[in-house]
Ligand binder design. Sequence first.
Ligand code: GRF
Length: 205
Amino acid sequence: MRIAVFVSGGGTNLQSIIDAAESGKLSAEVSLVLSSKSDAYALERARRHNIPAVYLSSKEFQSRDYFLHAMFDVLDEHKIDFIALAGYMKKVPPEIVKKYKNRITNIHPALLPAFGGKGMYGMRVHQAVIEYGCKVTGVTIHIVDEEYDHGPIVAQKCVPVSDQDTPETLAERVLAIEHLLYPQVLEWFAQDKVIVSGNIVKVSQ
Ligand code: GRF
């Protein structure tokens, strides 16, 4: 499986995916890293591992069509057959979602459908979880559809919230779980174990 990881930021999830692929825990290749931000540290991580690192933003194109074609072109050029969003802050164009049906995943640092959607990213998520008084939060990996943080759920893991937690301490514990869960879920896809029917995802063992 040739994976493109889409990023916008630091790329610690990207790093966990690269490490899993390099160690053989993940039987896939990270064949492309695509960033919506030119200065994302994730691009630097990719370069250090000799992975093609591309900055692609709609801002740099005259029209949406040109941008879309550039995205299709780069995915084709690198023969990508799976896309993993890892901190990608943009919506994936519906044409790409359609072409890669059930072949795009996203990771979210809460238990969807709670604390997701537009504007719910980064520390805001953890802040909202604490302000609501939740005693448990977690990680969700889901298949991407046309809406933010929406689409069939593939895997979730819980993380307890303690009375002492700040958004920062909670983010750190949630992120540690993300780093374990994403490579594992990608391995299920690589081994063709994921069966999607409607909104229900099953993983064959
Ligand atoms: C993660 O918390 C992920 O769940 C969310 O964005 C963050 C990305 O972090 N979608 P990183 O860039 O992988 O360090």
